[in-house]
Design a protein around this ligand. Structure first.
Ligand SMILES: CC(C)(COP(=O)(O)OP(=O)(O)OC[C@H]1O[C@@H](n2cnc3c(N)ncnc32)[C@H](O)[C@@H]1OP(=O)(O)O)[C@@H](O)C(=O)NCCC(=O)NCCS
Length: 324
């Protein structure tokens, strides 16, 4: 880290109402969280240069370091509508970056940006949540309500970190990756601005819902919530509060086991959102015995959604293309 970078960062930190956090680590070292700037490109490259190939794969989905150009762009992300923070360690007059978090605008306008974060191994266990919460406070203050993240399914630390801050699943671009949206205020993410496609919320106990591809291909705006079964996630309707995902969905598919927790959830949702329209994706026992299966197929679910939406508006123009 050059002196110029440290000075510029400190200057930016002073003018920021959210981050001017310096922590005395008690052993002569200090840790400061401040805005990143273009002068941090080399420091970021050095931070990533010290991470393992597994960490690099979790962050970049590839085993090696990205080209220097990536760090130039990521360090100056604020100039392009994004936002970045770095955690800078000062030890015996020397400074180096030991963590960073930021978000960059994406072409998909569902969220205010896509999250990237990394922490040096010696600072894990506390710095990741601290950096993320600091970033989310900044985003929230800038009225960015929702962010998204692409996460390797094997990345348990990242999934646990986001689950505590309230997430919904957009989909799985491939077998190893999940696309997530989460609220910057720690509550529940909201739907994106797109109102052209009918919104379908799925409540399920599976992290990869079986009808995801079929409904997405058919043109629905799909979000999956498995929060009832995900450790750390708080469900607002169970506390008598509204849920933006349920409240603004055109249909809610309930694909949950026949247990008390699921029954309580649906009952609470019907109380809090009396206008919500539910589709049961699992058949009652008697029907299941007769039909040979307890679960509706994705095609049967699509038929149910079409019937439900047609009942309200037979001439609706947002009918998704099922490719038939
Ligand atoms: C992801 C990362 C930033 C998290 O920061 P961190 O300081 O390590 O965060 P924590 O240690 O608090 O871990 C977060 C949570 O995951 C849990 N966790 C950590 N490793 C885990 C594992 N292998 N299995 C299950 N849970 C795990 C922790 O217990 C914690 O949950 P808790 O709050 O309930 O205790 C950090 O691990 C990292 O830099 N990883 C490499 C880069 C990366 O994956 N970036 C994300 C790209 S999207």
């Amino acid at each position: 880290m050059t002196d110029d970078a440290a000075t510029e960062g400190a200057d930016r930190g002073e003018s920021c109402s959210v981050c001017d956090e310096t922590l005395d680590l008690g052993d002569g070292r200090q840790l400061t969280i401040r805005h990143s700037s273009s002068a941090d490109a080399a420091g970021l490259e050095a931070l990533y240069g010290r991470l393992s190939p597994d960490d690099l794969r979790r962050r970049f989905f590839a085993g090696g370091l990205p080209p220097a150009m990536f760090f130039d762009r990521w360090a100056s992300i604020e100039e392009r509508g994004g936002f970045g923070l770095v955690a800078e360690l000062t030890d015996s007059g020397e400074s180096r970056l030991v963590g960073e978090a930021g978000y960059a605008p994406t072409p998909d306008d569902r969220a205010g940006g896509e999250l990237g974060i990394a922490v040096a191994p010696g600072f894990r266990g506390w710095l990741g949540p601290w950096l993320l919460d600091s970033l989310l406070r900044h985003a929230s203050e800038r009225e960015v309500e929702t962010l998204q993240a692409m996460v390797l399914i094997e990345n348990k630390a990242m999934m646990a970190l986001l689950a505590k801050r309230g997430l919904a699943i957009v989909g799985h671009p491939d077998w190893s990756t999940v696309q997530i949206v989460f609220a910057t205020d720690g509550s529940v993410p909201t739907w994106g601005p797109d109102r052209a496609r009918p919104r379908v919320l799925v409540e399920t106990d599976r992290s990869r819902w079986r009808g995801e591809d079929a409904l997405t291909r058919a043109g629905f705006d799909l979000l999956v919530c498995d929060g009832l079964y995900r450790e750390g996630q708080r469900c607002p309707v169970l506390h008598g509060e509204t849920c933006p995902l349920v409240g603004e969905a055109d249909a809610v598919i309930v694909d949950l086991p026949d247990d008390d927790a699921a029954a309580e959830l649906v009952h609470s949702e019907q109380l809090v959102h009396p206008g919500a329209r539910f589709i049961a994706a699992r058949r009652p026992h008697a029907d299941a015995a007769e039909r040979g299966s307890g679960r509706l197929t994705p095609d049967e679910i699509l038929d149910e959604i079409e019937d439900l939406l047609d009942r309200d508006d037979p001439a609706r123009s947002d009918r998704p293309d099922r490719g038939e």
